[in-house]
Ligand binder design. Structure first.
Ligand SMILES: C[S@@+](CC[C@H](N)C(=O)[O-])C[C@H]1O[C@@H](n2cnc3c(N)ncnc32)[C@H](O)[C@@H]1O
Length: 345
């Protein structure tokens, strides 16, 4: 048995479980082991299955699970981390002279930073194994994650986060993480031949992920944005991803969506309203979009939307006629956003 720890945006554990069950059918899966958000423990019997895990689209990092232990939230926790890490059995992984680095993701309130965690664990490994810290040219990366009062240690099998897809060259300042785009698409559950549109597509993350991950469904894919610069960038990224011919991009205002197409699925990431251009009210935009979306789905369908202003969006969706069937809190960057699913029957 190999125990793998998978990380994902906190809140997306259900989607990761779904994807893992498809990719590694006989794996034993534990979501939020020890209550730790954004982590899953996957026990696989065949080490060859690691490559299937590494091709998953909903996860960020994969590590070989080493241990976990409880810590406090005060600075004393750093002594516990030093003690526990210094006692690890890592023979064969770390030796005298192995170049290593420690990375840490921290979630919750603590009287220490992730840098403090890295320093405490790094010192423990130097003292115990006489290994050398090398932040750039390392042979082994040790992950020491702290979530609330739990500390989880693993050996990283991924260097770059898997959400960094190679096709992204265009920079959109509010781009969505492709792992979250993938999760939204899974929640949309498109059917064979459906018309799926992202009417505020920015750099095209959602339609590009749909083209890459749902190839078998022969979806008719559209990406729209009011800003032509984004549409050009999205088109270029789609070309780079090898799906340029599978998505129709156009510059359009989402509030007139119903005059353009009749989608079965709408999956979108509207502006969160933090950096909105002055003069454009977020409520007005959300209302105009929701009305047009409802009218456009002439045969019924499903809308999946991610936003920070979930209370406002939920009220607006209900008021125009959608039945909100799911509300999934998801951490995007350092913000707790919500994915809402609206049904038009
Ligand atoms: C949060 S960004 C989307 C980012 C995108 N998901 C990505 O990964 O690049 C929101 C987008 O909504 C677009 N937008 C704002 N108002 C719009 C409108 N009325 N019609 C269409 N697009 C609009 C903005 O131009 C912006 O690109």
């Amino acid at each position: 048995m190999v125990d793998l720890l998978l990380t994902c945006p906190p809140g997306l554990e259900d989607v990761v479980e779904l994807e893992a069950m498809e990719r590694v059918p006989y794996a034993r899966i534990s979501k939020r082991p020890l209550g730790v958000k954004g982590h899953l423990l996957l026990s696989i019997s065949d080490p060859e299955q690691v490559s299937s895990v590494l091709s998953m689209r909903s996860i960020h990092h994969v590590m070989r699970y080493v241990t976990s232990f409880r810590i406090g939230r005060g600075r004393d926790a750093l002594n516990t981390i030093y003690r526990e890490v210094a006692a690890l059995d890592l023979d064969g992984v770390l030796n005298a002279g192995t170049r290593f680095r420690v990375t840490s993701a921290r979630l919750g309130r603590h009287e220490f930073t992730s840098m403090d965690v890295q320093r405490a664990a790094g010192q423990a490994l130097v003292d115990r194994f006489s290994s050398k810290v090398d932040l750039e040219h390392y042979d082994v990366e040790v992950r020491v994650d702290v979530v609330g009062e739990q500390c989880i240690v693993g050996i990283a099998l991924t260097r770059e986060s898997l959400h960094r897809r190679g096709y992204r060259a265009f920079h959109h300042r509010a781009a969505l993480k492709p792992s979250i785009a993938y999760a939204m698409l899974r929640l949309a559950e498109p059917r064979e031949g459906n018309i799926l549109v992202d009417p505020m597509c920015g750099s095209g993350t959602i339609p590009i992920e749909a083209a890459l991950s749902m190839r078998m469904l022969n979806l008719e894919l559209y990406g729209m944005d009011v800003n032509g610069v984004y549409i050009d960038g999205a088109r270029a990224d789609a070309e780079r991803a090898g799906v340029g011919d599978r998505i129709r991009f156009m510059q359009y205002d989402c509030r007139m969506l119903d005059s353009m197409i009749t989608p079965d699925r709408i999956v979108t990431n509207p502006p969160y309203g933090i950096r909105m251009e002055p003069g454009i009210g977020i409520r007005r935009l959300y209302t105009g979009f929701a009305r047009a979306a409802y009218r456009a789905m002439v045969g019924g369908g499903r809308l999946v939307v991610i936003t920070l202003k979930h209370g406002m969006m939920r009220d607006i969706l209900s008021s125009v006629g959608f039945a909100v069937s799911r509300d999934v809190p998801v951490m995007h960057g350092d913000l707790w956003t919500h994915i809402l699913v609206g049904e038009k029957r």
